[in-house]
Ligand binder design. Structure first.
Ligand SMILES: [Fe+2]
Length: 380
């Protein structure tokens, strides 16, 4: 038996999706966002204008970094406790949405902390606030998933918090918002989405529904990501925005694999952007996973749909989006890599690697890490 959950209350898409906010009833809203980009590009102002109502107030909590940290979340929880919002609106990249999800969780359940959040049972109760997610990047699909990834800075480790209680109530996909993205961010986050779709598609916990979503997302992202990167027009950015969400609905139900296990290890250790790390690692993982018969079959199916070998297509796409070939080219020095090698191995074997369709031994992981660092072919 499998329960498939695609979204909580509403998924709003299409032209003018942001206008949905007009219908939201609230007394006090807190908008959670990242650095300066949402203010600079005028998105925050648009949001505030749409939500403006007499006698209502809204506050901004900003400064969530690209890898949101425990400290930022805890600071945000204090902000929520002080303002007592009945609507929390996360506006920004996956990091702002991930942070807002855990902030709201701790606000709703004051007994929770980073020490017990991974194990504490949670009772259903009347909620204090509605959580609305408006993504500006097209990658994590955090707006529809029950997952949040937070960096535990004291351990230099990225931990995934998974509970139904953090799935946003409303997800708004408005294609005009990712239009503000610089092209390299559109490329990296889009490759994160492609990684979600490809890992979900071969995960053994998948089913007909997740397969359908993942397959459509793979096809759509392969088609639209190049244009989204090169031209960034409304149509291509809107398409990628929708397909990344489908990829999220797929992996949120089926799980991921080795790419995410490894990229979280590198992201936690070196603050490497999540999408960039995934984009680098993805083709290596496909060469590794194709040894498994069921995966090979699925890759063959995708190759047939796309009219060319899927692994070669992904490698071409990575190149055309100007993604570095290997981790060595992404700013991690060899000295650092070698010094951290055993810790990286430990971390990379945890998380999503555990559900990779092909089991990964410690020895294989170490070979894999050398391949992705130095850019060597995966042929073991
Ligand atoms: Fe991801």
């Amino acid at each position: 038996m499998q329960q498939v959950v695609l979204t909580k209350q509403a998924l709003v898409t299409g032209e003018g999706a942001l206008q949905y906010l007009k219908n939201v009833e609230y007394h006090t809203a807190v908008i959670v966002t990242g650095g300066q980009s949402m203010a600079r590009t005028g998105v925050l102002e648009r949001v505030q204008k749409i939500m403006e109502k007499e006698g209502r107030q809204s506050f901004i909590f900003s400064g969530i970094s690209k890898n949101p940290t425990k400290a930022q979340v805890l600071e945000g929880v204090e902000f929520l406790k002080e303002k007592q919002p009945d609507v929390v609106l996360a506006v920004g990249g996956g990091s702002s949405i991930d942070a807002a999800k855990v902030m709201v969780l701790f606000y709703e359940y004051p007994e929770l902390s980073f020490e017990n959040v991974f194990s504490a049972p949670l009772e259903e109760k009347k909620r204090k606030t509605l959580l609305i997610a408006v993504p500006s990047t097209s990658g994590t699909a955090s707006e529809v998933t029950h997952i949040s990834v937070i960096t535990l800075e004291d351990q230099q480790f990225k931990a995934a918090i998974k509970t139904e209680n953090i799935r946003p109530d409303i997800a708004i996909l408005d294609g005009t918002i990712p239009m503000t993205l610089p092209s390299h961010i559109a490329a990296e986050t889009g490759m994160d989405a492609l990684t979600h779709a490809l890992e979900a598609y071969i995960n053994k916990s998948g089913n007909d529904f997740t397969d359908a979503l993942a397959k459509e997302a793979i096809e759509g992202l392969m088609e639209w990501l190049p244009k989204s990167y090169e031209e960034g027009d409304l149509e291509s950015r809107s398409k990628v925005h929708n397909y990344q969400c489908m990829a999220g609905m797929a992996f949120g139900n089926s799980g991921l694999g080795i790419v995410h296990g490894v990229s979280h290890a590198f992201g936690g250790k070196y603050n490497l952007a999540h999408g960039l790390a995934n984009a680098i690692i993805l083709p290596y993982s496909m060469d590794y996973n194709k040894k498994e018969a069921a995966v090979k079959k699925k890759y063959e199916k995708l190759s047939k749909i796309l009219g060319a070998d899927i692994i070669e297509k992904v490698k071409e796409l990575k190149k055309s989006l100007k993604i570095p070939d290997c981790i060595a080219q992404a700013g991690v020095s060899e000295q650092q890599f070698l010094a951290d090698f055993e810790v990286l191995t430990d971390y990379a074997l945890k998380g999503a690697t555990v559900v990779n369709p092909l089991p990964v031994s410690r020895q294989d992981m170490q070979k894999f890490l050398r391949c992705i660092y130095y850019g060597k072919k995966v042929d073991f």
